[in-house]
Design a protein. Structure first.
Length: 213
C-alpha cells in the first residue's frame, strides 16, 4: 500500500516524529516530488505517489533511534512493513545508502528520494558539498573511517545526480528557488506553491501539501 499525504502525517504523529525531523521530511518530499514531476514529464515510468510517501516517511524511524542508537534506515523499513506499506519500504530502507545501483538502469523512486535527502539540511535546500560538510561535521567527529564512508556515499550520490540530470533537470540550481518550510510552519493550512521554472527547459507545476488534511 502507498499511504496518502494525510496518512503519512498521521504516522509521523503516531511514531512521535520530532518537529525538526518532520520539517526536514516535508522539504525532502517537496524536492523529490519536483524532481519526479520533471522526470515523469519526459516520459519516465515513475510513481509520484511513491516518491511523496517515501520522502515524507524516510526518517520515520529516526526519533526512536535517537534514543536507542539503532540504524534508523532499518527501523524505518521495519515500521513500513509493520504498517503494510510494502511499496515504499525499500525507499525508506535505502534513503541513506543505496544497496543496489546501476547507472544504466531506469531512474527509480528510491534514487530520487535518496538524492533529495542529500540536498536538504534541516529544512533548507543546500548543495551536495554543503550537505557533505554538515554530515561529516555532525557524525564523523574526527573519525577518519566514518568520514571516508560518508564521502564514498556522496560519490555515489553524484553519480545519481548525473543520472537524474539526463532527465533535463538542472538540479544544481534547486537551492536559490526554494524557501524554508519555516516560512509557513509545519501545520500551515494554506497552499504554498514554489516556482522553479527558471532553470527547467519545460515548465514544472510544483506539487503542494495541504497540511492538516
Amino acid at each position: 500500500m502507498i499511504p496518502s499525504v494525510k496518512e503519512c502525517l498521521e504516522l509521523m504523529e503516531q511514531y512521535g516524529m520530532l518537529d525538526n525531523i518532520k520539517a526536514h521530511s516535508i522539504m525532502v518530499q517537496r524536492i523529490a516530488t519536483i524532481i519526479g514531476q520533471g522526470l515523469k514529464h519526459t516520459g519516465m515510468d515513475i510513481s509520484l505517489e511513491k516518491i511523496a510517501a517515501g520522502a515524507l516517511l524516510h526518517d520515520i524511524g529516526k526519533t526512536f533511534c535517537l534514543n536507542t542508537g539503532d540504524d534508523h534506515e532499518a527501523k524505518g523499513r521495519e515500521i513500513c512493513l509493520q504498517n503494510h506499506l510494502d511499496e515504499i519500504a525499500d525507499i525508506v530502507g535505502e534513503h541513506v545508502r543505496l544497496k543496489d545501483y546501476h547507472l544504466d538502469s531506469p531512474v527509480s523512486e528510491k534514487e530520487i528520494v535518496y538524492y533529495a535527502d542529500k540536498r536538504v539540511n534541516d529544512d533548507m535546500v543546500v548543495s551536495l558539498e554543503e550537505r557533505l560538510r554538515y554530515l561529516i561535521r555532525r557524525y564523523a567527529k574526527n573519525m577518519k573511517h566514518v568520514s571516508q564512508r560518508i564521502r564514498d556515499n556522496f560519490q555515489l550520490c553524484k553519480a545519481v545526480e548525473k543520472k537524474l540530470t539526463v532527465g533535463y533537470i538542472r538540479l544544481a540550481l534547486l537551492g536559490p528557488e526554494i524557501h524554508s518550510v519555516r516560512r509557513w510552519g509545519i501545520h500551515a493550512q494554506k497552499d504554498d506553491i514554489y516556482s522553479i521554472c527558471s532553470f527547467c527547459p519545460f515548465r514544472i507545476q510544483p506539487w503542494h501539501i495541504r497540511y492538516g488534511g
